[in-house]
Write a protein that binds this ligand. Structure first.
Ligand code: SF4
Length: 362
């Protein structure tokens, strides 16, 4: 498939040559990008589906390199990661652009800005922050790690990779996590694995229905499922979220199928159901009722998943971690705060009451 956008005229200066692409068989001068599962063939002087990578003279360039926005310190629980380094703080940033176009995107002003702009380059017309600078800030502000988040880290992969390498040079103890839609390619994943770039990934499973994926995100289901399986089979930590959107992704049967599939991969994978609030092109839909989220949680537990959370609600106890065996309270949370963490006392990933092993990185 050839993805074409005419909405740009990139300046050559300041563009970073992309990783993971090759010359395409046709048309002449076209390149094929293998960074994400769209595998765009991009003719000369055109952009990929993400509006972030452009073919300039037969070479592929990233427009988002160095273009961080929203740099701030967040609790890791905000991502959300509940089973990875609870109570720690991560320096977080994203860049404009995304390889999906979700109707209800919370960060649409960032993720969709190259598409929404008259000229995609306008979305990147601000000062650059070099990877080394981010590494220095992570040290200066005593971050426990760095989170590549807010938009899709896959499409700023070169920038994220250089930031990880720069941080490793001066602070190798810091962790690195991707908050991702999971639509990265196997080539991208293998690079992450081979270079040991990441410690954890939180993947967004939006629907368990390929038609809906195509209609409401512009992507497809299978590559996301493949990503979940690949990350699970790797040494990296994995958590999955599902944003429950009224009328789009709140069907109990579909939620059950999704949970059954995830439990088949591993019942120990933490699953977060998040409340939707009306945004962007789904602004006419209501916020998710709490009962719908609690029903989804009950379904997931019936299907055997051991750690199921409900987020964005304030429902008491919905964000706590309990031992699947003896039901002891292990981590007490409210919102993004950890109120009590029993693993801090023991230093071991097991239940202090009954000794059951818990899937948690302390
Ligand atoms: S990152 Fe994905 S959407 Fe963007 S050009 Fe490459 S294959 Fe296409």
């Amino acid at each position: 498939m050839i993805w074409v956008s005419n909405r740009f005229m990139p300046r050559e200066k300041g563009l970073k040559e992309a990783m993971l692409y090759e010359k395409a068989a046709k048309p002449p001068g076209a390149v094929k990008c293998s960074l994400c599962a769209h595998y765009c063939t991009i003719p000369k002087e055109k952009l990929g589906f993400c509006s972030v990578r452009c073919n300039k003279g037969g070479k592929l360039y990233s427009l988002s390199y160095g273009k961080q926005t929203g740099l701030e310190m967040d609790p890791v629980e905000k991502k959300p990661f509940f089973h990875f380094k609870p109570g720690t703080q991560c320096l977080s940033f994203g860049t404009p652009g995304c390889n999906l176009r979700c109707l209800g995107c919370l960060n649409w002003f960032l993720s969709q800005s190259p598409r929404e702009a008259k000229n995609a380059m306008d979305a990147f017309d601000f000062e650059e922050t070099p990877p080394k600078r981010i590494a220095e800030l992570a040290v200066k502000y005593k971050a426990d790690g760095v989170a590549y988040t807010y938009s899709e880290p896959t499409i700023f992969f070169e920038y994220a990779r250089d930031t990880i390498l720069a941080t490793r040079k001066i602070a190798p103890e810091k962790y690195h996590v991707f908050v991702t839609n999971g639509y990265f390619s196997n080539e991208c994943f293998q690079t992450i694995r081979k270079e040991k770039l990441l410690d954890a990934l939180r993947i967004d499973l939006k629907f368990f229905n390929d038609k809906k994926y195509r209609k409401f995100t512009g992507a497809s289901l299978e590559p996301v499922l493949e990503s979940i399986k690949r990350v699970h089979a790797s040494p990296m930590h994995l958590e999955v979220i599902c944003l429950v959107i009224p009328t789009l992704s709140d069907d109990a049967g579909e939620i059950r199928e999704m949970c059954k599939w995830l439990a088949g991969v591993d019942r120990e994978i933490p699953l977060h159901f998040l409340r939707f609030f009306p945004y962007y092109k789904a602004a006419d839909l209501p916020a998710t009722p709490e009962e719908t989220l609690l029903k989804a949680k009950a379904i997931a537990e019936e299907e055997g998943l051991n750690y199921v959370y409900v987020g964005n609600t304030g429902i008491p106890g919905a964000e706590n971690t309990y031992c699947p065996k003896c039901k002891a309270l292990l981590v007490e949370r409210y919102g993004m705060s950890v109120l009590r963490n029993s693993f801090q006392l023991t230093g071991k990933p097991e239940c202090p009451s009954c000794g059951r092993k818990i899937n948690i990185v302390i």
